[in-house]
Design a binder for this molecule. Structure first.
Ligand code: FAD
Length: 472
């Protein structure tokens, strides 16, 4: 057992919440140690955002090949080399995680590879990768231990034909038929990727809508686009059991009062994620969390125990990398006496589907539920020159504003590069632009941002490429 010097801050977990908090603290001048039990970069860099987007880029290229005739390029077929796809993904992940490692080092953040648990107030016990037990102490400790896949609530969920998102990023062959359980962001993204790779894809969702927390009108347009691409959806449905038959999976599905069986090669469990507090020994200090394990925090991200903070997927709220990072920065700055905060009304949400779907602010359903008056305006990418040249013009932009047009309440974009375009709306909402001010910003031509401008101008009746529409 070895003792370590007391630090200003120890961060448990080196995902986008933890490593960003550690670097921000070092920038401020704190002495910092970060403890990570697996790989620097956490879920996002190793088995989440980055590898899925690597596969998404491959899937997009496949789609470009498929549609190349539209652009006058006649190719004589193509082959998908999954080994090369996985090699490429691994290389990207390695490059990014090595980059983060060297950033930590450059900021003089000491990294310890080991599993941390609370031992006492301000004190952690760490079992290092080499099997040593160490004690580490700090004035402040941030828990940034992230999340893990929730178990599939069905008989047979532990069979080897059932995989989670991590397994879906490691498949060496493209399954003939993939059954995706859960039409949240992860399920929708992987369904689109594997459909592009050539799998037959069936999605089972318990709720009546795909992406249940996003704007329903826009989400149902995405569903239609995915159906056009050949993906089948069973909504209001659930998988009740899975059996292995001749090396394949036979899933029993309840849908619309009927029970039927789907045979597939693999069942992807994308039913959600739960906070990861396993083995942290939170009970030793009495750190409060709910039944699922989400740690309770106040506006400083401080837990029920003074000096112990929690950020990212392990606390209630959005389970997104940029939210984890923002919370990490704010937690550290608040320890430092600054009054920074994360504006939870301005969180961009990105879905890397075909086409992309991005949102910021309130959905129409939230406005109705919260009794907030609003009006909606829409524009369509089919009236946008750049989208037409890209042969990617199926999409909608929906903007929600207060009836006096003084406040932008929400923006929902389905279409090419939606996840980049949303940054413009984030800036407009952050700057509290009125609809008239937002509409008066000039965009270059021909760009996708012109479609966004048209949705905004449409409130004022000044959009040129949108037929006049009735306002709600
Ligand atoms: P994590 O990234 O989960 O990191 C927690 C770290 O803590 C892990 O490395 C873990 O090993 C470590 N740890 C846990 N317990 C201990 C312990 N006792 N001691 C030491 N270390 C410990 N979000 C987006 O914003 N955009 C996306 O495109 C996106 N795509 C995703 C795709 C998939 C397939 C998945 C699964 C997630 C995706 N996410 C995406 C979500 C994103 O990955 C998470 O929101 C983000 O990683 C949360 O960051 P975090 O720092 O809270 O936790």
């Amino acid at each position: 057992m070895s003792e370590n010097n007391k630090q200003d801050l120890i961060v448990i977990g080196a995902g986008p919440g933890g490593y960003v908090a550690a670097i921000r603290a070092a920038q401020i001048g704190m002495t910092v140690r970060i403890i990570e039990k697996e790989t620097i970069g956490g879920t996002c860099l190793n088995v989440g955002c980055i590898p899925t987007k690597a596969l998404y880029a491959n899937a997009g290229t496949v789609n470009t090949f498929r549609n190349s005739a539209y652009h006058g390029i006649i190719s004589s077929g193509f082959e998908l080399d999954m080994k090369a796809v996985l090699r490429n993904k691994k290389k990207i992940v390695k490059q990014f995680t090595l980059g983060v490692k060297s950033l930590l080092k450059a900021n003089k953040v000491k990294t310890v590879i080991g599993t941390a648990k609370f031992f006492g107030l301000s004190e952690l016990e760490v079992e290092t990768a080499e099997g040593r037990i160490e004690r580490h102490t700090a004035d402040h400790i941030i828990i940034a231990t992230g999340s893990k896949s929730a178990a599939l609530p069905a008989n047979g969920a532990d069979l080897d034909v059932v995989i989670n998102s991590t397994g879906a990023l490691e498949l060496e062959t493209v399954p003939e038929h993939m059954l995706v359980v859960g039409a949240g962001v992860i399920g929708i993204e992987l369904a689109g990727i594997y459909r592009s790779f050539g799998s037959k894809v069936t999605v089972i969702e318990f709720m009546p809508n795909i992406l249940p927390n996003m704007d329903h009108e826009v989400a149902s347009k995405l569903q239609k686009e995915m159906e056009k691409a050949g993906i089948r959806f069973f909504l209001d449905s659930k998988v009740v059991s899975i059996e292995k038959k001749d090396g394949r999976a036979a899933a029993k599905i309840e849908s619309g009062g009927q029970t039927f069986e789907e045979t597939c090669d693999v069942v992807l469990n994308a039913t959600g994620r739960l906070p990861n507090i396993d083995g942290l020994n939170l009970e030793a200090l009495g750190i409060q969390h709910d039944r699922q394990g989400f740690i309770a925090v106040d506006e400083n991200y401080e837990t029920s125990v003074k000096g112990v903070y929690a950020i990212g997927d392990v606390i209630p709220g959005f389970m997104l990398a940029h939210v984890a990072s923002a919370e990490g920065i704010v937690a550290v700055e608040r320890i430092n006496g600054q009054d920074s905060e994360v504006d939870m009304n301005l969180i961009p949400q990105s879905v890397f589907s075909f086409p992309e779907f991005s949102s910021i602010g309130k959905t129409e359903e939230e406005l109705i539920a919260q009794n907030i008056d609003y009006i909606a305006s829409r524009s369509y990418f089919r009236g946008n020159g750049k989208a037409l040249t890209m042969h990617d013009a199926e999409g909608i932009i929906k903007v929600l504003a207060s009836p006096d047009l003084q406040t932008i309440l929400g923006v929902h974009i389905l279409g090419p590069h939606a996840n980049d375009l949303i940054a413009e709306s984030a800036a407009a909402m952050y700057s509290m632009l009125t609809i008239e001010e937002y509409a008066s910003i000039m965009r270059g031509h021909p760009t996708l941002s012109e479609a966004l401008a048209e949705a905004v101008e449409n409130f004022l009746g000044t959009a040129i490429h949108v037929p006049p529409q009735r306002k709600k």
